[in-house]
Each structure stands twice: as structure tokens, then as C-alpha cells.
Design a protein around this ligand. Structure first.
Ligand code: MG
Ligand code: MG
Length: 263
């Protein structure tokens, strides 16, 4: 698959898609509190997308799957890393951390973004995990410039995280975003050994108009994850806390990228 370069007109639409997505995330951020269900957060995001004539990118994804994702957002609590299914029965508790991920489709283009936050007062360990994961995202974003390689970003995110005593998840990666939620290039949060690279990993030289989601997934313990019987929820194998932050960005001719999913 080739990397698709977006025109300025397409980038303008992607910025709109990203802004709408950011509004949905912001509305959930303001609603997070002990006692609220993850299904209620999902409804809040769905309302924002609807109000702005955007569609939910995750709902029914992937097409043709026997287990398409059944909601607008993924809501993942504590040792759940990503892809948690919103439910009336999942009630946030004081001290939890929750990752909320949302995708919006507007005028045919996708915005994809996520954040993790505490519910009420959280432990110092949880707070540090959130800070390091978010900082790893911005560290990677700052390196996403024309002329750089995606592998430069992958290595830098991995080093940033591991130097602080955490691990990066291997199984899920950042990805190109455009008319499709997942396109080239793949942007992992680590850079594999030459043996792995021989199995299809490739680094892409960035140029203006390339758009992708960068999304560090960081575990407080071991990097391994597994998928629950619901076919979606990804948890850490060792039960450790984990965090996830994501923005969709566009490479610019000079300087740092444009964050398409900013408010
Ligand atoms: Mg996402
Ligand atoms: Mg993504």
C-alpha cells in the first residue's frame, strides 16, 4: 500500500473532522466522574458527532466482521488498554483511570484521537503513568517533521517510555488516517529487530501532506496484552495499569506538524 498525500483542501476537511472529534472527547472529559457508566459517556460523544453531522468511525468497524464494534467510543478502564466496549454496567469508581478513544467521519474524512484521565483522585503511580504517556505522544509529535522517518518517531517514543520505567505495547500501532481510518504508514511505538523488519516492517520518510495517528500505548508492567472473550477489550496480561493518548497529525512543509484532532 502506498502512503496517500493529502491536498490542502483535504487537510482542511480533516481538520474539521478532527475538531469535531475533539469536541466529542472534550464533552466526555467534562462528564467523567465516579458513578457514571461508560455507556453514558458513549451517548455523550455520539450526541456531539450527530450535532455536527459527523458519523462514528468505530461503530460497525470493521465492515464485514462477525463482531463489529458496537459503539461510538472505546472506553477502557485501569488494566484495559484499548477497545473496551461501553456498557451500562461499567460504572466509573473513584481512583480509576479511563481511556476514551473516538473516531469521527466528516465529509468522508476521519479524525482519530484518544486520551486517558483519572476519575476523581488517583494514585501517584497512576498520575505519573498518565503524564509519561501523554508526554511520549507530544515527544513523538514534535519529531514528526518533513524529512524525518517514521522509525525515528517509533524509536524516540520507545526510548522515552522505557527510560521512565514503563513498557510500550507491541501489538497495536499508530496508523495513517484519511478517507480510511487505517491506512499507510504504520507507525509503531517501538522499532523492531531486523528479524521483524524482514516480515514487512518499513520506515517511511515523511513529507508534507502525510497524515497519521500517533498513539503511544504504555503499560506500567510488562508489555504483553491479550484480548478478552468479548472479541474487543484489550487488557494487560499482568494486570498492570496502562494508558493511551492519541492525536491525528498532518506533516507540514516546515516545523512541527498540525494537530488535526486539537480542539
Ligand atoms: Mg483511536
Ligand atoms: Mg488510532
Amino acid at each position: 500500500m502506498a502512503v496517500i498525500i493529502k491536498t490542502p483542501e483535504e487537510l482542511a476537511i480533516m481538520r474539521e473532522a478532527g475538531r469535531i472529534n475533539a469536541m466529542a472527547l472534550q464533552a466526555m472529559r467534562e462528564a467523567v466522574r465516579p458513578g457514571i457508566s461508560t455507556k453514558e459517556l458513549d451517548r455523550i460523544a455520539a450526541d456531539v458527532l450527530h450535532k455536527h453531522n459527523a458519523k462514528a468511525a468505530f461503530l460497525g468497524y470493521p465492515p464485514g466482521s462477525p463482531f463489529p464494534f458496537p459503539a461510538t467510543v472505546t472506553a477502557s478502564i485501569n488494566d484495559e488498554l484499548v477497545h473496551g466496549i461501553p456498557s451500562e454496567d461499567r460504572i466509573l469508581q473513584e481512583g480509576d483511570i479511563i481511556s476514551l478513544d473516538c473516531g469521527a467521519i466528516f465529509k468522508g474524512f476521519v479524525g482519530d484521537s484518544a486520551f486517558t484521565m483519572g476519575v476523581g483522585t488517583i494514585s501517584d503511580e497512576a498520575q505519573r503513568l498518565l503524564e509519561v504517556t501523554e508526554a511520549a505522544l507530544y515527544h513523538g509529535i514534535d519529531l514528526a517533521r518533513a524529512g524525518a522517518e517514521t522509525s525515528d518517531i517509533s524509536r524516540a517514543v520507545q526510548a522515552y517510555v522505557e527510560e521512565r520505567g514503563y513498557s510500550v505495547v507491541r501489538e497495536y500501532t499508530g496508523h495513517g488516517v484519511g478517507r480510511s481510518m487505517h491506512e499507510d504508514p504504520q507507525v509503531p511505538n517501538w522499532w523492531p529487530s531486523p528479524r521483524h523488519r524482514a516480515r514487512g516492517w518499513r520506515s517511511v520518510r515523511l513529507e508534507p501532506g502525510i497524515t497519521f495517528a500517533l498513539e503511544p500505548m504504555v503499560n506500567a508492567g510488562r508489555p504483553t496484552t491479550r484480548v478478552l472473550d468479548d472479541h474487543w477489550t484489550v487488557v494487560t496480561v499482568d494486570g498492570s495499569l496502562c494508558a493511551h493518548f492519541e492525536h491525528t497529525i498532518a506533516i507540514t512543509p516546515e516545523g512541527p506538524p498540525l494537530i488535526l484532532t486539537a480542539l
